[in-house]
Design a binder for this molecule. Structure first.
Ligand SMILES: Nc1ncnc2c1ncn2[C@@H]1O[C@H](COP(=O)(O)OP(=O)(O)OP(=O)(O)O)[C@@H](O)[C@H]1O
Length: 599
């Protein structure tokens, strides 16, 4: 029963190798010189190690010829010290860079996510999106720096060791490479499985976040429905999936590590057998065999590094493909972050809105929500949208805000097609209270100034009085600095709505969109809010979506929508006699006799 992120919707497709490498280079590029420094230091460390067997050979030769050992011992000690220090410093430089790479990836992901188009977010699960920032980015740590250096030093030292070994004895090298190639071919077959396991494990981590996000998004409903056990089982199933794929990956990695050891051990035995025979027959001196065997063990490290780099690459590639997926989602252009100051505009005139033959559907293959919607709101006053649930009323607001783009026709604000408006400018003239009046975690003040960060204390005080929140603020222990809880859970539904209205008013918009903004208010507050809205409508274009007709009977204009079409436009009095649907609504809701002749 897995309703979490469906793979076909999130489009989790693996990237090709060159795409992964290109993306990887993109992350490393700003730090390339630090990586080069890390690489050089690692090479110094590796070279020190490379010279040790040669120094040992010289030492053995010196011993057989009866010479002194002091200089060689001293050189050997210096070599060990130098390579140790270089390696330690190199490791620090690389770890630091790795953290910077993770930071850069996170910053770009976070910025991108907040600009995603709603149509893209609709197709994703927020929890899964979050896990890409929190979890996948950490996998970049290893692949972007340590793996690059491991691969480079591993390959270089491997080549250097092979060259030296060729000089020592070509036949023994042939024996060694024969064994290494056979075991290496087996290892290459295992590699993609590590990547696959990593990608699946990361996807399961994403599902886990999605599950948690789903539960905390409706925590009370979960408890009231007694669904804790079922939801726990769902989320645990994702956790177990992550574990299963993680363990599978660990199994392949262990196999790879064993192959690495096995290759060296087998090569050691083979070299011992062949080399022993050659020493016995006098073809090579014993010092050559010793040096060769030392190189053989020395080979372990570069081979190990290459193997580690390869498995880090596999894991990193899985993370990169999930991160890049977010980059491919449709996003809005970056906005200049201009704080909106309450009342800042010198001349505030109400915005004019016009829908011209607008048709819209939420996506290809989905039904049309709007079909040739046509209406005009010249400016100021209150215009109400009424009609049955699902008629497409809220969608009108989403289109004006350009949360979604129209499929056909056009929308004009102040006579200009909204696609010609810079997005941030368009939104800066609009105040919007969405249907469930969300309040964000934080203080009451933060919530109020959320859409007008430049608002002054006087502005806040005035709007508190208008929305009758002043008495609430007086009652609260810390006044405006009281924390409102996750999604404003410490406020009542009506208080949340008034906070949302206050927030929109504080922006001093030229166009105010209120979607069912007063549905949860008691009679007294609703009346008060009607007055506030009427007062605002004097110099602001106010559009409201309302189910309760009582709240809009005095609107200047009422647009009746049904099944994505505008049925009729007029005042309450006009519509009550001219439009059958409106007359019906009025009859049921306002308890007035239906005046439409047909009813
Ligand atoms: N993001 C979305 N993706 C796909 N379909 C959607 C989306 N949002 C809304 N819809 C569909 O669009 C239709 C119109 O929704 P809309 O919210 O505009 O209706 P409404 O008239 O405001 O309804 P209500 O009065 O119940 O709020 C609905 O049938 C809904 O299922």
């Amino acid at each position: 029963m897995n309703t979490a992120s469906a793979p076909e919707e999130t489009g989790a497709e693996s990237l090709r190798v060159h795409e992964t490498l290109k993306a990887l280079y993109g992350y490393v590029r700003p730090h390339r010189w630090t990586v080069v420094l890390g690489l050089l230091l690692a090479l110094v460390g590796a070279a020190g190690g490379l010279l040790q067997p040669l120094a040992t050979k010289a030492l053995v030769d010196r011993l057989s010829s009866g010479g002194t050992l002091a200089t060689i011992l001293l050189a050997l000690t210096a070599l060990v010290l130098l390579s140790t220090v270089a390696e330690a410093f190199g490791a620090y430089v690389l770890e630091r860079t790795a953290e910077s790479v993770v930071l850069a990836a996170r910053r770009s992901l976070i910025g991108r996510m907040l600009r995603l188009r709603l149509s893209a977010v609709d197709r994703m699960q927020p929890g899964d999106l979050m896990s890409r920032v929190t979890s996948d980015t950490t996998l970049l740590r290893a692949v972007s720096t340590q793996a690059v250096v491991n691969a480079a030093t591993g390959a270089l030292t491997l080549i250097a060791a092979v060259v030296v070994m060729a000089f020592l004895d070509a036949l023994l090298l042939g024996v060694t490479l024969g064994v290494v190639v056979v075991v290496g071919a087996g290892a290459a077959l295992v590699m993609p499985r590590i990547g696959q396991a990593a990608e699946r494990s990361q996807a399961a981590v994403g599902e886990m976040s999605t599950g948690l996000e789903r539960v905390f998004g409706a925590f009370r409903t979960v408890k009231a429905s007694g669904a804790e056990q079922r939801e726990t089982a769902r989320i645990e199933a994702s956790a177990r999936r992550a574990w299963r794929h993680g363990v599978r990956g660990a199994k392949w990695e262990a196999l790879l590590g064993t192959a690495d050891n096995l290759a060296v051990e087998l090569a050691f035995l083979a070299v011992l057998a062949v080399g022993g025979a050659r020493v016995a027959s006098g073809d090579i001196p014993v010092s050559t065999l010793i040096a060769f065997l030392l190189y053989l063990f020395y080979l372990m490290e570069p081979v190990y590094k290459l193997v580690e780099a390869a498995s880090a690459y596999q894991e990193g590639a899985a993370a990169i493909s999930r991160i890049q997926e977010v980059d491919r989602l449709a996003a809005e252009p970056p906005a200049a972050d201009r704080p909106v100051r309450a009342g800042a505009a010198a001349v505030r005139r109400p915005a004019a809105v016009r829908f011209e033959n607008v048709s819209f559907r939420y996506g290809p293959g989905l039904p049309y929500i709007h079909r040739r919607v046509d209406f005009e709101v010249p400016g100021a006053g209150m215009t109400a949208f009424v009609g049955p649930s699902g008629a497409g009323k809220s969608t009108v607001f989403s289109l004006i805000e350009r949360f979604y783009e129209t499929t056909g026709g056009r929308i004009l604000v102040d006579g200009t097609d909204i696609r010609q408006w810079p997005l941030s400018e368009l939104r800066s003239v609009i105040g919007y209270v969405e249907q469930d009046a969300p309040v964000l975690a934080g203080t009451l003040r933060e919530n109020l100034v959320f859409s007008a960060p430049g608002a002054t204390d006087d502005d806040i005080r005035a709007v508190l009085v208008r929305t009758r929140l002043d008495t609430l603020v007086e009652r609260l222990p810390h006044g405006l600095n009281t924390l409102v809880g996750h999604r404003g859970s410490k406020l009542s539904g009506g208080e949340r709505q008034r906070v949302a209205i206050a927030r929109a008013l504080l922006r001093r918009p030229r166009l105010l969109l209120l979607d069912e903004a007063t549905s949860q208010l008691d009679a007294v507050n609703e009346l008060a809010m009607r007055d506030v809205i009427a007062e605002t409508a004097r110099d602001t274009t106010v559009l409201v979506v309302a189910h309760r007709l009582s709240t809009v009977t005095d609107a200047d204009r009422i647009v009746v929508m049904d099944a994505g079409k505008v049925r009729a436009i007029g005042t309450h009095q006009e519509l009550a006699v001219e439009d059958e649907l409106y007359a019906q609504l009025a009859a049921t809701q306002l308890l007035v006799p239906a005046e439409h002749p047909a009813v």
